[in-house]
Write a protein that binds this ligand. Sequence first.
Ligand code: MG
Length: 291
Amino acid sequence: MKLVTYRYAGRQSIGLVRENTVVDLSAVAPDMISLIELSHAGLEQVETYAATVTGGIPLAEVRLLAPIPTPRRNAMCVGKNYAEHTRESYEARGESAEAIEYPVIFTKTTTCINGPYDDIPFDAAVSEKIDYEAELAVIIGKRIKNADRDEALAAVFGYTVLNDITARDLQTAHKQFFKGKSLDGSCPMGPWIVTTAAIPDPYALRITCHVNGELRQDSANETMTFDIPTIIQHLSRGMTLLPGDIIATGTPSGVGFAMKPPVFLRPGDVVECAIEGIGAIRNRLAVAMAD
Ligand code: MG
């Protein structure tokens, strides 16, 4: 099941993507978080309702937003979760590699969530070292705390594509990742949430990132250091996770700052992050500075 948040005819709704159309789901829930909170019963309602609808709005005519355009709280992210990316990051910073015992966790503000095809703002006075990170994001489906492995897996509602856009200079300057990861528009995601039933093996999905059509990242030969249930277990230890929480699971190697010499995104560059079996998001670094 592919679930979207979209704007059409001046209204924002959630919908089910069926072939090349969107079936409006306003009758089931007012927004994505409300739908997620309905859990399995909500997905059953979606199926029952969609069966009564013939046709739909052509997908090409709606404006897709991030599936969860206004999360309740920050998106949670795992850093250094692919060994080759971890190696390239240490090397690019001239640091010696250290063993990673626990997942590196940071967050991105709710105000940096961006649509799947929207421009990423650029302001050279803020940062000229804007970089991409294609990632598989997990959407949490239920309230959990101190989850064991089975509970962690059962808490996953679905998956989406996320670009963890990073201002590398700010990431380094402020020591903690938060600021450099949270500039406005620096979290494009979508184009939809694919529910877990359609993704039996999330690790088999190839993640790629192209910049202006040039392949930069490809997870084909890389695997996650901490798998999805392990990440959820760590996060939920003593800390409640909520329906609609977003967890980005880390990026494979090939980021711009680790290239020799480093290459950063320039205004007008188009970044496409794709995950096999889910879809692709495509965002341009804005040419003109936005407000
Ligand atoms: Mg990342």
